[in-house]
Design a protein around this ligand. Structure first.
Ligand code: SF4
Length: 348
């Protein structure tokens, strides 16, 4: 089990739940806009949010953003140690920094001293594209060079007494990502921030992330996840939730199962399944819902579901635990079904 690290009011590592994170994609200096985005992400289930700090204005903005949001803020800094210090002084709960690219040793020490004085955490990370030459020549392009490169960055901070460290080492290649985290899991007990970097557009990124993050989580590896998508960050949060649910790490939600449709399908169950998933995504109760194409097989196949709907000749039937209890016309199917779902959810 990894050690625990406190990030604001959230603790990751150890036996704590796997935290979902994302990164704001609005310039941090636009305080109102970025605050609204973070509030929407928080509402969707984001546990930790990262913001880009590219200059002093961004660092100062953290203080104002923190007045309105509850989730911890991670300041993402490249190259300038002064921005790391400014971000911490303005309330960042964690910084993401590469000790190797902030210049002289005394800069690393200054950041380390500031981190300790304010009790904040640090994420050190490597991507497959930023492995130091030293490790590439020693281990070649491999999981070992990627992992050892990031572990050396952790050591650079440990030297000055920083121990609240979170490690990440991502690649856009899924097998390399998985092997790297397996290696890190065996080598360090710092919490691991896992994800597949530059995973791609929504659909490609979702599949790559689900395979990479999912296979690690199934092995018990990973304490916080980010699903990197070239898409609205809200989608990253919903994708993260789906991954956690698929690997059995979250059962407090409304799961919509639906049949693949076939020649027996009696209505547009594809559209209804999508609508039902959308309209129930914020239910935080363990509820199993089925959207099935036909009454011939639907209720029977879905008899372990709390509630379900299936198509019949001229109408839809709604059933509970496989038992039909209501018939509704096609045009009222969505409305009636959603009403019944919320009735059941109220009683759970
Ligand atoms: S539930 Fe009915 S419509 Fe759906 S796949 Fe099975 S047989 Fe086909």
């Amino acid at each position: 089990m990894t050690k625990t690290v406190k990030i604001g009011s959230t603790i990751i590592g150890g036996s704590n739940k796997v935290a979902i994170q994302s990164m704001a994609n609005i310039k941090t200096e636009y305080v109102d806009k970025v605050t609204n985005q973070i509030l929407a992400l928080e509402n969707a289930g984001c546990d930790i949010i990262r913001v880009a700090v590219k200059d002093e204005v961004d660092a100062l903005a953290i203080k104002q953003i923190k007045n309105s949001v509850k989730i911890p803020i991670v300041a993402d800094i490249h190259f300038d140690y002064r921005l790391a210090i400014k971000s911490i002084e303005n309330g960042a709960d964690k910084i993401r920094i590469n000790p190797g690219n902030i210049g002289k040793e005394e800069n690393v020490k200054m950041v380390a001293d500031c981190v300790k004085a304010h009790g904040v955490a640090v994420r050190v990370g490597s991507n497959s594209g930023s492995v130091e030459k030293e490790f590439l020549s020693k281990y070649g392009k491999s999981e070992i060079s990627l992992a050892e490169s990031v572990l050396s960055k952790g050591s650079a901070l440990e030297k000055y007494g920083v121990n609240d460290i979170v490690i990440s080492a991502k690649a856009s290649n899924v097998p390399l990502t998985v092997k790297t985290y397996e290696y890190l899991n065996a080598k360090t007990n710092y919490p691991l921030h896992i994800g597949v970097t530059e995973a791609g557009t929504y659909e490609s990124g979702l599949v790559k992330s689900a395979v990479g993050i999912g296979s690690l989580l199934l092995k018990g590896i990973g304490n916080t996840i980010r699903v990197s998508l070239t898409a609205d960050p809200i989608k990253e949060i919903y994708a993260g939730q789906k991954i956690l649910r698929s690997v059995g790490l979250d059962s407090n939600f409304a799961e919509v199962i639906s049949c693949p449709t076939c020649g027996r399908t009696e209505y547009n169950s594809i559209a209804l399944a999508e609508r039902v998933e959308e309209l129930t995504k914020n239910i935080r109760k363990p509820l199993k819902i089925a959207v099935m194409g036909c009454v011939v097989n639907g209720p029977g196949e879905a008899k372990d579901c709390d509630i379900g709907i299936a198509g019949s000749k001229n109408s839809c039937v709604i059933f509970k635990k496989g038992e039909i209890f209501k018939t509704v016309p096609f045009e009222k199917a969505e409305e009636e079904f959603i009403k019944e779902i919320y009735e059941i959810a109220k009683c759970l």
